[in-house]
Design a protein around this ligand. Structure first.
Ligand code: ADP
Ligand code: MG
Length: 347
């Protein structure tokens, strides 16, 4: 019978890169380059909440790290290392081996070695907690509060596929094996946009990764930056696989769908060429989907009914709620916008 320490040695101990103390001591140690700040972020993934119990463990290992790397990407931070907390309801070595394989493979791609963690038995469900550490030169991080009127709004990659895959697997949409095959990769194997985040340093004013839906996540930028935004629905880079969907499902997937792990960022209109060059360097596709406008002069012609309030400004005393307008292909504002994901709706 494998002990906790056997499991750690077998599945989670890898040779740490030079200069770094990895798994095996009370703490991991890593140097922080002079003049740089540590960027850190953590995400908790729960069985039944964030993933289906029968998900491919290799994909789960990949995604557990990917969603964290995506946060580093959104800050323009270079990965240093990560730690992994695991609460396991049972000892299933083939499962662990596959999970570790998916995890370590992505860690290797992004130079983010696993340097520590904790492993315990869970009375019920499986829980996975990953914390990443990265480095970013002082004052160079891509924060949410840097968007300015006159900025373009960009998104990387494609939108909507993960939402459709989720709804198919969850039984919300009738079974469609072809559509599932075309969308499932986006849900289970998200590709964190770390190279793009790095390439956008010094170009983008603000960035966020899309985890809860474009409108909701952009709303966080608007709130933090105290600006408004206008988006163009017909410019959205909808995933090609979604072409046959009914219009409302397509809209919900593209504007409101979560689990995307692409970047939404703003950059001055004068830097379009620099943005495109950065995307080329990073091997990423980027699409300009709208613009940031000053908080006051959103055209008053747009009636209150067609203006949706996005984000939550309650945390910023005195801040007005930002407004987000989505124009359809005819230039008319959408009257109703899909909501993003919220763990505590109405709380
Ligand atoms: P402690 O008693 O100090 O919590 P543990 O016995 O839990 O230490 O862990 C021993 C070593 O194994 C530590 O270096 C810890 O960081 C590492 N470790 C434990 N679980 C994991 C895991 N799931 N992934 C990576 N490293 C782990
Ligand atoms: Mg421990």
């Amino acid at each position: 019978m494998a002990s906790e320490f056997d499991l750690i040695a077998r599945y989670f101990t890898r040779t740490a890169p030079t200069g770094l103390l990895g798994v095996g001591d009370d703490c991991a140690l890593f140097p922080v380059p002079p003049g740089e700040q540590v960027a850190t972020s953590t995400d908790l993934l729960l069985e039944g909440r964030h993933f289906f119990p029968d998900v491919d463990p290799k994909a789960l290992g990949h995604k557990a790290l990917a969603v964290n790397l995506s946060d580093l990407a959104a800050m323009g931070a270079r990965p240093i290392g990560c730690v992994l907390g695991l609460a396991l309801p049972r000892l299933d070595e083939p499962w662990l081996a596959a999970f570790a394989e998916g995890f370590h493979a992505l860690a290797a791609v992004h130079g983010c070695p696993l340097v520590g963690g904790d492993t315990t038995r869970s009375a019920h469900d499986l829980a996975i907690s990953v914390t990443v550490f990265g480095a970013v030169p002082a004052n160079a991080a891509l924060r949410r509060d840097g968007a300015r009127a006159g900025d373009d709004i960009w998104v990387s990659g494609e939108l909507g596929a993960a939402d459709v895959a989720y709804r198919l697997l969850d039984g919300q949409y009738p079974a469609d094996s072809e559509l599932l095959a075309a969308t499932r990769g986006a849900l289970e194997w998200p590709e964190p946009q770390v190279p793009l985040g790095l390439a956008l340093r010094g170009i983008a004013h603000a960035a966020i990764d899309i985890s809860d839906g474009l409108l909701q996540d952009l709303g966080h930028i608007l709130t933090a930056s105290r600006v408004d935004a206008v988006l163009h629905e017909d410019r959205m880079p909808a995933a090609a696989a979604l072409a046959g969907l009914p219009a409302d499902a397509l809209r919900r997937a593209v504007l409101g769908g979560g689990d995307v792990y692409q970047l939404c960022f703003t950059a001055p209109a004068g830097r379009r060429d620099a943005v495109l060059a950065a995307a080329r360097t990073a091997g990423a596709r980027v699409t300009r989907v709208g613009g940031i406008v000053a908080h006051e002069p959103v055209q008053e012609a747009i009636q209150a009914s067609s203006v949706t309030r996005a984000g939550d400004s309650s945390a910023i005393p005195g801040a007005a709620r930002p407004r987000l307008v989505v124009l359809d292909a005819t230039g008319q504002p959408l009257a109703q916008l899909p909501a993003g994901f919220d763990h505590f709706p109405g709380a």
